[in-house]
Design a binder for this molecule. Structure first.
Ligand code: NI
Length: 190
């Protein structure tokens, strides 16, 4: 099932997400629905807070990047209870976008290498190091688990210039070809 994606300003996007255990209700369905939602809206990653669940779960499929980044090959992941242990390496700029912040793309600086601990959908645990575009996608999705959006990582002048556009997004004054869930205070009367 395709789920609506929480829009900029939605309270769930601002929360720090919680770890879960393997008895979390409907986990398999949630993971399937998140992949379906991600593919439908042509994203390369989706974090649970973007489907209004404040849990540490993210899904990734980097295959659209394969032509430009060889490391993206077969990089398809479910990460549960993800925790980045370390970030290292040089900062580099990459043009990011986010399904919760439609129509805005900006260069974001992040470190090139991460070490992350997580569980897969069967609750096997991993402790892995990623670099390049794989690290980048994880870092962007991981930020969602920490209540951070990529636009908050921009320089203050850039943020100021985007302010009006972000307000319009949170009010639902945007055209998107996937379903979104807007903050309550802006919910329009039927
Ligand atoms: Ni995002």
């Amino acid at each position: 099932m395709i789920l609506p994606i929480t829009a900029y300003g939605h309270p769930t996007l601002k929360k720090i997400a919680s770890d879960i255990d393997k008895d979390y209700p409907n986990l398999k369905t949630i993971i399937d629905d998140m992949f379906e939602t991600m593919y439908f809206s042509r994203g390369v990653g989706l974090a649970a807070p973007q489907v209004d669940l404040s849990i540490r779960l993210l899904v990734i499929d980097a295959s659209p990047y394969v032509d430009d980044f060889p490391e993206a090959k077969d990089f398809k992941k479910v990460m549960i209870n993800a925790h980045i242990i370390e970030e290292s390496g040089e900062e580099w700029a990459f043009n990011e976008g986010c399904l919760s912040v439609p129509d805005i793309r900006e260069d974001v600086l992040r470190k090139s290498k991460i070490r992350i601990q997580y569980c897969d959908e069967n609750f096997n645990t991993y402790d892995e190091v990623y670099e390049g575009v794989c690290a980048r996608i994880i870092q962007h999705e991981y930020d969602h688990l920490e209540g951070i959006l990529f636009v908050e990582r921009l320089a203050s002048l850039k943020k100021m210039l985007l302010k009006r556009k972000l307000t319009e997004i949170s009010k639902g004054n945007i055209k998107v070809d996937y379903r979104m869930k807007f903050p309550n205070q802006y919910r329009r009367k039927k």
